[in-house]
Ligand binder design. Structure first.
Ligand SMILES: [Zn+2]
Ligand SMILES: [Zn+2]
Ligand SMILES: [Zn+2]
Ligand SMILES: [Zn+2]
Ligand SMILES: [Zn+2]
Ligand SMILES: [Zn+2]
Length: 355
């Protein structure tokens, strides 16, 4: 199934289908006034927007090697998303024809065989194949797990003072440096090779500064080809003992030696690895979109749920609350004071309205 915008050009709702006339943004809630569903339930933004958002998130983090400088963008970085095109010959015909499948995303730095083994380990419904529900689901998970308004004060509507803005900027800076990471797929015992290769490249770039611009430009055109041999030449095993086997940090089950697993640099490469289906947020249990994780208190989180362990989130506008005074309901849910009201008529929630 492919998703098309509705006739009016506004994005139709994935949940309501035809009954929503297209996304009509509410003034402060991240929701549609015509159907009430959230913005992410409507067809997501363009790939370009998404890659810019991801680029901004990963820049200034240990994962900045997954971004490239925008040409003439004054230091702006964009996500170097790893698309993968798989070509299979169709055998049932006399003339050789080929079937190509495009994956909107695949783990970085793997050869295609290993990347396909990884895909086979996650449910088919989550395969981000271009034009399918799996690709749409990936985009929805990215928007919901990594909301733009958890990363950039410019995307927030509810920051009320300079002080709140600087509190947020400090928070974002510290999670990028200390908590955020992108999982790496490798065979058990081989985790860390990608990061090592990236570090070597960075060191080389620093030494050989005059060439770095040219290199970035080349990398920018490098979409499509997934198997740029980033790591293969510099693979170093990290000395895990084969005799003891490898256990998944998530389910404690065994990870077969020939089966790709996910490593997280923040958790260390010695002993911590996950089955691809166990690499999930400890709060919502969802698979971590594009393997972007937040590591805190020895647990994996998606961005949304990590941020909520540090700051309350407003149940009205869905933004984090950086001010001292906010409303907490009996069930523990929190609101900006001025958002504790019916989003249709503005009535205070303690006095119920017909909505
Ligand atoms: Zn809807
Ligand atoms: Zn709608
Ligand atoms: Zn597991
Ligand atoms: Zn979560
Ligand atoms: Zn709010
Ligand atoms: Zn109302």
């Amino acid at each position: 199934m492919s998703v098309k915008p509705s006739a009016g050009g506004a994005a139709a709702c994935h949940v309501c289908g035809e009954s929503c006339t297209g996304f009509q943004p509410h003034s402060w809630r991240k929701a549609c006034v015509s159907c009430g569903c959230s913005a992410v339930d409507h067809a997501p933004g363009s790939d370009v927007e998404e890659d810019q958002r991801m680029g901004r998130l990963l820049a200034d983090s240990p994962c900045s090697h997954l971004t490239v400088k925008v040409k003439g963008g004054g230091g702006l970085r964009v996500y170097k998303r790893n698309r993968m095109i798989v070509t299979n010959p169709v055998v049932a015909r006399k003339e050789a024809t080929f079937n190509t499948t495009t994956y909107d995303w695949a783990p970085a730095g793997l050869n295609q065989t290993l990347a396909m083994q990884y895909m086979e380990l996650i449910p088919q419904s989550q395969h981000p194949v271009l034009g399918t529900d799996g690709a749409l689901e990936r985009q929805r998970q990215l928007s919901s797990q990594l909301p733009a308004y958890d990363q950039d004060p410019m995307k927030c509507q509810s920051l009320a003072s300079e002080e709140e803005i600087s509190t947020m900027l400090l928070f974002v800076k510290s999670y990028k440096q200390e908590v955020l990471g992108v999982g790496e797929v490798a065979l058990p015992g081989e985790g860390g090779a990608l990061m090592e290769a990236a570090n070597q490249r960075t060191a080389k770039d620093a030494k050989d500064g005059s060439h770095s611009g040219r290199k970035d430009a080349a990398a920018h055109q490098d979409h499509g080809s997934s198997n740029s041999a980033t790591a293969s030449a510099t693979v170093s095993t990290n000395g895990t003992d084969d005799q003891t086997g490898h256990r998944c940090t998530g389910c404690r089950g065994e990870v077969a030696k020939e089966s790709p697993a996910v490593y997280a640099e923040r958790a260390g490469y010695h002993g911590a690895l996950w089955h691809p289906t166990c690499f999930v947020c400890s709060e919502c249990g969802r698979g971590l979109a594009d393997l972007v994780y937040f590591w805190s208190g020895q647990k994996l989180f998606c961005g949304r749920h990590y941020c909520q362990t540090v700051w309350p989130r407003c149940s009205g506008c869905d933004e984090l609350i950086f001010c001292q005074s906010f409303h907490t309901a009996k069930d523990g849910r929190t609101w900006h004071r001025h958002h504790y009201c019916c989003w249709k008529c503005g009535q205070h929630l303690d006095t119920p309205c017909q909505h």
